[in-house]
Design a protein around this ligand. Structure first.
Ligand code: UTP
Length: 298
């Protein structure tokens, strides 16, 4: 079935206003969960799914992100001299093969759909591609995009990661209009971006992982701004359905953290901190202590 997915797009051109003032000078994607920037989690997930080419849609002030993937010869030499092999190995994961990474600019933050459209000339007309939003961090036994690629290899079409949300939160997401629920896969009739309260067509929300047919890029050519005045990616995917092509939602197995929000970022910090063997004891003792102090204060 179809072509293998080997290219991934990382839209990282947003303003990150929810993390001001930090994001005045630090790209949101460089913010750190335990000891790795958000972007490293996204890259590791992409690599596990078989992605070989990485395209970043960036904007002004994202220089730190580009530097992050460069080799650091002085640092590497100094670690080598000091016999710090483990740290050298850690650094290796941040390096990219020559030509494997491309950066393209979105000159104005006109929305996620527009950011994806900015990369249209880097995707061939018959090439499916993945989109990963690094601020959605997913803890999973099998990385989320890998789960999706396996399903995509069977089904083709376009696919979005879907997650159940309580009705009162649906208006913050793109929501699936479900045609047929087949368990981990749902066939989709349409998608509504940020539905008004009480109008969401289901409780399945789209989160930041996609495998898209290149035809979505043609749809983006035609789309004017949607919800919130932004050019929405979900509108272009929904247009696929109108043109008779298949779109699926994929109920991934794993826990998603919205690291674009402060509460989500803090939750992820706790979860990923507790998952680290070297931190577990000290950190969990501290958390227990905090909880008992809070209870005592109530
Ligand atoms: P968000 O909706 O989280 O927006 O974007 P944001 O600008 O990053 O953050 P806030 O809301 O101001 O705090 C979701 C993803 O889409 C990218 C962002 O970089 C993020 O990865 N994006 C969004 C773009 O690349 N360009 C845009 O115009 C908008």
């Amino acid at each position: 079935m179809g072509r293998k997915v080997t290219k991934a797009l990382f839209p990282v051109a947003g303003l990150g206003t929810r993390f001001l003032p930090a994001t005045k000078s630090i790209p949101k994607e460089i913010m750190t969960l335990v000891d790795r920037p958000l972007i490293q989690y996204a890259i590791d997930e992409a690599r596990a799914a078989g992605i070989k080419e990485f395209i970043f849609v960036t904007s002004r002030g994202k220089g730190a992100l580009e530097d992050y993937f460069d080799h650091a010869p002085e640092l590497e030499n100094s670690l080598r001299k000091r016999g710090k092999d483990e740290l050298l190995e850690t650094l290796k994961n941040t390096n990219m093969d020559s030509g494997a990474i491309a950066y393209i600019r979105q000159h104005k933050a006109l929305g996620l759909g527009h950011a994806v459209w900015c990369a249209r000339r880097l995707i061939s007309p018959n090439e499916p591609f993945a989109v990963i939003l690094p601020d959605d961090v997913i803890a999973a036994e099998k990385p989320c995009l890998q789960q999706m690629v396996e399903a995509y290899d069977e089904l083709g079409g376009s696919m979005v990661a879907a997650m159940e949300v309580p009705p009162e939160l649906a208006s913050a997401y793109g929501v699936l209009d479900v045609k047929e629920d087949m368990g981990s896969i749902v066939a989709v009739n349409g998608m509504v971006e940020k539905p008004k309260d009480g109008t969401a067509p289901s409780n399945l929300a789209v989160i930041g992982r996609y495998i898209l047919s290149p035809k979505v890029l043609n749809n983006l050519n035609k789309i004017k701004s949607g919800a919130g005045g932004e050019i929405q990616l979900t509108d272009a995917i929904a247009a696929e359905i109108e043109e008779g092509r298949n779109v699926y939602g994929y109920r991934f197995r794993g826990q998603r953290f919205d690291c674009g929000s402060k509460a989500g970022f803090l939750q992820a910090t706790v979860a990923f901190g507790l998952a680290r063997e070297e931190l577990q004891k000290e950190f969990s003792e501290y958390l227990r202590h905090m909880v008992s102090l809070q209870k005592a204060a109530q």
